[in-house]
Design a protein around this ligand. Sequence first.
Ligand code: G1P
Length: 291
Amino acid sequence: MEVRKAVVPAAGRGTRFLPITKSQPKEMLPLVDKPIIQYAVEEALAAGLHDLVLVTSQGKQAIEDYFDRSGELENLLQQRGEMKLLKCVCHLSNMVDIVYVRQKQPLGLGHAVLMAEVVVGKEPFGLFLPDDIFVAAHPVISQLLDAYKELGGCILAVQRVQHEETKRYGIITPNKIGDHLYQVMDLVEKPLPEQAPSDLAIVGRYVLQPSIFDALKVTPPGKGQEIQLTDGLRRLLSREKIYAVEFDGTRYDAGTPIEWLKATIALALRHPEVGPEIKSYLRTSMQPELV
Ligand code: G1P
């Protein structure tokens, strides 16, 4: 069955970013010239997934406003002849129609995904964790969709991580079946390095079958007392095949302040407009006599 829908969980409280996230959704923090969440939305659209479902929670109004029209602002820009800005603002609101569902309690990623069932129904869907940002010639979700067309089942994006980093990710037990392609034999959420079955970490793009919803409904809280998507996928293993694609591209993490800062610098350096100036600024500030 064709994949048309994209689910983007954006309900987390963003406690790692406090105090800024006291009044500002983490997903709206800027990464160079757009908010974090826009990278995931643009990737979904680039892959032809036009039906977007955003899972939000209290305090996330700024996300809805960002992708909505603002007549007042448009009039103001029109009157002032700011046509470039007007075009930019209109582009955002024309870009996508989004259905919002709410996660009323912070019960974890698995629970947030379950909230999307009411809109997704019985269709396979793409899942985008907005903290993970990818730069790739072929969008990472499209790489997963290519594998999905061939194999069906569920497809996860994976990346090799440093062994001591396994405790930050869902980790798979892989069975290599092709070039950068694995069948997932088992998976575990955030294992300690000494318990990790491999160094292949699940990163924020998935193609999932609707059967994940039933699995999540009976998944008890796991790591951090939260309902974990990884645990739901583990339950699904007895009825669905799960595959993993070691994607081609670069991943940036915007999930913690320090990683967000690194992502900001890396993406600024790649940016066609600001890149050259940032590069020369960093060079100058790295010269020992100037620091
Ligand atoms: C989530 C998932 C984890 C995955 C990670 C990718 O964890 O639970 O399995 O490896 O995203 O970024 P989080 O980063 O939300 O703690």
